[in-house]
Design a binder for this molecule. Structure first.
Ligand code: AMP
Ligand code: ZN
Length: 114
């Protein structure tokens, strides 16, 4: 999608610090990290938000979790743990309108999610 910042990152028009890439999925470091490790995992195909996920996207979404699993092992945060967050819509605090999974780790995260 033309005006989407994450689509521009996928196309290489905006630089990013990539940690994983395949034909369908990209993961890169969040520019404003909320934890020592803060990675965004996104589908390369533009999906605006979680609420736009369709039945035909089920395999892709499952694969995103497999990629998160792989990244967690590669970055050696699998033992100590991590958190995955998806913000959706205005009340959910979603600022970028391209589906993304926040992977947070590297410290004991707060107990509350709000
Ligand atoms: P959300 O509030 O869930 O939409 O999260 C959007 C995230 O994208 C925020 O954590 C931002 O710091 C991050 N972000 C925005 N622009 C960039 C960028 N160019 N490169 C990396 N992360 C970004
Ligand atoms: Zn996009």
């Amino acid at each position: 999608m033309e005006d989407c910042i994450f689509c521009k990152i996928i196309k290489g028009e905006i630089p990013s610090n990539k940690v994983y890439e395949d034909e369908e999925i990209l993961a890169f470091k969040d520019i404003n990290p909320a934890a020592p490790i803060h990675i965004l995992v996104i589908p390369k195909r533009h999906i605006t938000s979680l609420i736009e996920i369709k039945e035909e996207d089920e395999k892709l979404i499952a694969k995103i979790y497999s990629v998160i699993n792989k990244i967690a092992k590669d970055m050696q945060i699998d033992q100590k743990g991590f958190r995955v967050i998806v913000n959706c819509g205005e009340d959910g605090g979603q600022e970028v309108g391209h589906l993304h999974f926040h992977l947070l780790a590297g410290k004991k995260l707060g107990e509350k999610i709000v």
